[in-house]
Design a protein around this ligand. Structure first.
Ligand code: TRP
Ligand code: SF4
Length: 337
């Protein structure tokens, strides 16, 4: 295994294991993760302990392993290279929970209660700040532990994670102030979020809204789902010219179809020469072409028994070697050694 180079920045990022990824996950995050491997030492983590913060039943827990498996297959199929990057599962390196507990000693409650994602989650889960799990309150502390356990300096995330990164920096500053310079202050690296809208044409593509297109779907399944996409609502019949600028099928064409096809869609839609059914058929084939290689690689990896398991075991070993050193240093500094 290639060892990490001294002079490169260290990237850490994590995804909660929600199962097979969709086009929005790919275009919004995963594609970017793949590219960053060129310039950084990258550590990519399936954050299963974070998943537990919002899990309420044993049925949901039973999904964690298959979800990790499916998600990591997507990562590898997309081009995350486990020779170059460390790919692992959060709970396989339990040192993160040690660091989480220790960081909680330098994190004021007020900071956590003010985090916008926390307030939102409480509302979403139909809970109150009094009734939610202690674990959910500490979500950003665990995220901080994820990042700084590996002394990562750069964290590719979407806009929604910026408050967590700000908190991470504050926790690091406090720790460094009290115990001496130990951790770099991690910087968010904002991925330009192309905002992939789902098949409903209105909301961000997401699995929970069931408006998504799964990367690993078959071409037929993809086509079937694309045919259900909402288009320009004013175009009730085929002879009414359409408005591509309000149609999500068109915005997906812009991302996934070749340039000549995109301008053909525009011209033929606005002059009522192209019907929506036909337009969606073309989009489905663009998506299927775009994902063909990824799907092929995914099938290959899926057929190798134990491949994902071996990748994750190796990743955990490499991550753990770094984690142990950090914990030793923290024990020293906090007076535990
Ligand atoms: N909170 C992140 C999310 O919901 C996932 C995450 C956990 C993460 N730990 C991380 C992201 C560390 C970046 C770095 O998307
Ligand atoms: Fe949208 Fe295509 Fe229909 Fe135009 S023809 S409204 S771009 S689906």
């Amino acid at each position: 295994m290639a060892s990490h180079q001294e002079n490169r920045g260290v990237i850490f990022s994590g995804m909660r294991p929600t199962g097979p990824l969709h086009l929005g996950n790919y275009l919004g995050a995963l594609q970017n993760w793949v590219g960053l491997q060129q310039d950084y030492d990258c550590i990519y983590c399936a954050v299963d302990i974070h998943a537990l913060t919002t899990i309420e039943t044993s049925e949901e827990s039973a999904q964690i392993q298959p979800n990790i498996q499916a998600m990591v297959l997507d990562w590898l199929a997309a081009g995350i290279d486990p020779q170059r990057s460390i790919v692992f599962v959060q709970s396989h390196v339990p040192e993160v929970m040690t660091l989480h507990a220790l960081l909680s000693m330098v994190t004021p409650m007020g900071w956590l209660l003010r985090v916008p994602t926390f307030k939102e989650k409480v509302r979403q889960m139909d809970e109150t700040e009094e009734s939610v799990n202690y674990g959910l309150v500490g979500y950003p502390v665990l995220q901080t532990a994820d990042i700084i356990l590996y002394k990562a300096d750069t964290v590719p995330v979407g806009q929604d994670q910026v408050p967590h990164l700000e908190l991470a920096r504050e926790i690091v500053r406090r720790f460094n102030n009290r115990y001496g310079d130990t951790f770099p202050e991690p910087q968010a690296k904002l991925t330009e979020d192309p905002l992939i809208v789902g098949l409903d044409g209105r909301q961000k593509m997401s699995k929970s809204l069931d408006n998504h297109l799964e990367l690993a779907a078959t071409p037929e399944e993809t086509a079937r789902r694309v045919m259900t996409a909402f288009t320009d609502p004013q175009r009730i019949t085929r002879d009414i010219p359409g408005r591509p600028e309000v149609c999500n099928v068109y915005s997906l064409h812009k991302i996934l179809s070749p340039a000549n096809e995109v301008s053909a869609v525009y011209d033929e839609c606005t002059t009522a020469q192209r019907g929506c059914v036909d337009c969606k058929r073309h989009l489905a084939s663009s998506i299927n072409n775009y994902l063909e290689e990824l799907r092929e690689r995914r099938r290959e990896y899926q057929q190798r028994p134990d491949y994902v398991r071996d990748v994750l075991a190796d990743g955990a070993n490499r991550a753990r070697a770094i984690a142990r050193d950090t914990i030793e240093e923290v024990y020293q500094k906090m007076g535990l050694a």
